[in-house]
Design a protein around this ligand. Structure first.
Ligand code: NAD
Length: 267
């Protein structure tokens, strides 16, 4: 058993209403952490307006403390206010998990019989950059001053296997997931002197809502290239965040941890 040092730590998880974020919030709660769960839409898991209460109950039952906040990470002021509310309740944020993310897939230029039939729209590009890249920037900028004052912290961000090797139909998404790796490396360099570590996690294909629009054929193809031979579970990724946040990883910074069943080497 590893000593995580996470009991009582103040942890913010963005996009915590569903999928990987929800599993991650729960995993930190199991360690006795104080978890501020952020999401723009607490109905995201199909529980309607009760979604936030359900997550709060889940985190408390798991053994943590819960603070459910409605926060759109694209809104810098809302993010700053939410960090302030966390600080007032529990003190400085010790761990930030930048998990919130969206997709708006389209080919850059789709042609049929030599004619262009569709292109990726500016709106699709901007929406994904706003959440997946700017949102990470907003949240990290908002928590770092408190971490510096407190003498340390951990920034963890969601990249993706596709940020490492690209993916058909994902110009916007891949740009953000590669960008997250770039920002993580900058922050490892800039913030190490304050005992703040910054790492990224690059999941493979994990069974969540975000894959809803992806054809089964594509997903089956991905599994066939995955040495471990299955899709990922949200809990697989949650474990990686937990370890990276823990004291056991105190010399790990600037890293990109693949949690993909070997997909990146199997391709
Ligand atoms: P999901 O769609 O199940 O959950 C994402 C959550 O983020 C939702 O609850 C949603 O409401 C929230 N969110 C969206 N926009 C937001 C905003 N502006 N502010 C706050 N919250 C917002 O997705 P998931 O599969 O759990 O993915 C979580 C992260 O992991 C994402 O960054 C995703 O890109 C990344 N990832 C997922 C996979 C996968 O296969 N599922 C693979 C690689 C990387």
């Amino acid at each position: 058993m590893i000593e995580t040092g996470l009991s009582g730590r103040v942890v913010v998880v963005t996009g915590a209403a569903a999928g990987i974020g929800r599993a991650t919030a729960r995993r930190f709660a199991e360690e006795g952490a104080r978890v501020a769960a952020w999401d723009v839409n607490w109905g995201a898991d199909g529980n309607g307006s009760n979604g936030g209460a359900a997550v709060a109950a889940e985190l408390t039952a798991a053994g943590g403390e819960a603070f459910v906040q409605t926060v759109d990470v694209t809104d810098a002021d809302a993010v700053a206010d939410a960090v302030e509310a966390v600080a007032e309740r529990w003190g400085a944020v010790g761990v930030l998990v930048n998990n919130a993310g969206i997709v708006r897939d389209a080919q850059l230029v789709k042609a049929k019989d030599g004619e262009v039939v569709k292109t990726m729209s500016d709106a699709a590009f901007d929406a994904v950059v706003d959440v997946n890249l700017r949102g990470v920037f907003h949240a990290t900028r908002a928590v770092v001053p408190g971490m510096i004052a407190a003498g340390g912290g951990v920034i963890l961000s969601a990249s993706s296997v596709v940020g490492l090797y690209g993916n058909f139909g994902q110009t916007n998404y891949v740009a953000t997931k590669a960008g997250v790796i770039g920002m993580t490396r900058v922050w490892a360099r800039e913030l190490g002197r304050y005992r703040i570590r910054a790492n990224a996690v690059a999941p493979g294909f994990v069974k969540t809502e975000i894959l809803a629009a992806m054809p089964d054929k594509v997903l089956e193809g991905m599994v066939s290239h995955t040495p471990i031979g299955r899709m990922g579970e949200s809990a697989d990724v949650a474990e990686a965040y937990l370890w990276l946040a823990s004291d056991a990883a105190s010399f790990v910074t600037g890293a990109v941890l693949s949690v993909d069943g070997g997909l990146v080497v199997g391709t």
